[in-house]
Design a protein around this ligand. Structure first.
Ligand code: NAD
Ligand code: DAU
Length: 339
């Protein structure tokens, strides 16, 4: 099979490519990525020379380039990870989120219709469900939970999901959608909570916790997410949504304290800063459907996954140091300078 993976030079997309290349060496994998600030070709160094792998620097909004690639490769499956993914950036400047996350999705699906692919899979997020109250730990997001978004990012992802379902109903496009909770692991861009706290702590810099740090996220090791998507594209039912999560809810402040402990850094580095606008309180996925239908269960416990992740950042400074010295410096100053 030929599988196009968009956004494969980013965090989850690259981990998904590594999973595909080791679990399905018979497949041909084509990575489509615009290489925005979040995409990094060096991440793919270990697969770039492989005969069954191809990298194409293409913007998913570029209809002509996307169609030309489909004409050449005739993919069987398209897995769309490509997106603007950071909530804080979407609050600063929503435009590019609408462009890539919504219009880019429609361009890809138009190409899928034109070239009759077997499956279009949309990598979505639990953020499309909005948030849950902190004082109701009995509530979880199921696939039937209404869409109710908070940020420009989550609204763009929800819009894309609606388009995907519309293409299925209207044109009969064979689609599936997965909605996952927060991922962590290798190659996570340093603007996100866990890598940001690890790298700041290593430099003895302040650890900026939004609000009181009581917001809850449901963390899943990235490899477990990749395995779940692989199951959905091969065995999941067409036209269906699958929630992915491992019942691992944690408060932000507890994650940051854990990172301090693992790195032997003082909690006095923790600095409470002004809250994110519209900050979602709690995410919590009910993964019953994917477990019952496809037999998926997470394999990595958070206690092990976070140790592995911290070790990875300690051993891969060559990956994150160039990022820290580039455009990221201005980003950090803008977002945190006066917070
Ligand atoms: P990321 O920001 O690390 O990577 C995004 C990748 O997409 C980058 O390589 C970037 O260059 C590429 N890209 C951006 N715009 C593009 C365009 N117009 N054309 C082609 N490529 C483009 O993101 P991530 O954290 O790996 O997230 C991947 C997907 O998973 C996103 O769709 C996101 O919404 C979803 N998701 C993420 C999480 C999470 O915790 N990170 C959880 C659930 C769902
Ligand atoms: O739930 C899935 C989503 O998880 C994905 O769809 C998004 O693409 C991904 O970025 C992530 O969104 P979050 O907003 O949950 O992740 P982030 O790492 O930005 O923040 C996690 C929590 O930590 C959130 O409550 C905000 C808080 N935070 C974040 C940063 C960057 C801080 O307290 N301080 C920070 O500096």
């Amino acid at each position: 099979m030929t599988i196009i993976v968009t956004g494969g030079a980013g965090f989850i997309g690259s981990n998904f490519i590594f999973h595909l290349m080791s679990a399905h060496s018979e497949d041909r994998v084509i990575c489509v990525d615009k290489l925005t600030y979040a995409g990094n070709l060096s991440t793919l160094a270990s697969v770039l020379g492989k005969p069954n792998f191809r990298f194409c620097k293409v913007d998913i909004c570029d209809r002509e380039a996307v169609y030309a690639l489909f004409e050449e490769e005739h993919p069987d499956i398209v897995v769309n990870f490509a997106a603007e993914s950071h909530v804080d950036r979407s609050i600063e400047d929503p435009g590019i989120f609408l462009q890539t996350n919504i219009l880019g999705t429609s361009v890809l699906m138009d190409a899928c219709r034109k070239y009759s692919i077997r499956r279009y899979h949309q990598v979505s997020t639990d953020e499309v469900y909005g948030d849950l109250p902190l004082e109701r730990p009995d509530l979880f997001f199921t696939e039937a939970t209404p869409i109710h978004t908070s940020s420009p990012y989550s609204s763009s992802k929800a819009s894309a999901d609606l388009l995907v379902l519309a293409y299925h109903r209207t044109y009969g496009l064979p689609v599936s959608i997965s909605r996952c909770s927060n991922n962590y692991g290798p190659y996570h861009f340093p603007e996100k909570l866990i890598p940001l706290m690890i790298i700041n702590a290593l430099h003895d810099k302040p650890l900026p916790v939004y609000g009181e740090g009581l917001n809850v996220r449901d963390w899943l090791y990235v490899e477990d997410h990749c395995k779940a998507i692989d199951l959905v594209i091969r065995k999941g039912r067409v036209g269906e949504v699958y929630n992915i999560g491992g019942h691992n809810e944690m408060r932000n402040i507890d994650i940051v304290k854990l990172i301090c402990k693992e790195l032997n850094k003082p909690e006095s580095l923790i600095t409470y800063v002004s809250d994110r606008k519209g900050h979602d309180l709690r995410y919590a996925i009910d993964p019953t459907k994917i477990h019952q239908e496809l037999g998926w269960l997470p394999e990595t416990k958070f206690a092990d996954g976070i140790k592995r992740t911290i070790k990875w950042y300690l051993e891969h400074q060559d990956w994150w140091e160039p990022i820290m010295n580039g455009e990221y410096t201005q980003y950090y100053e803008k977002m945190y300078g006066s917070r």
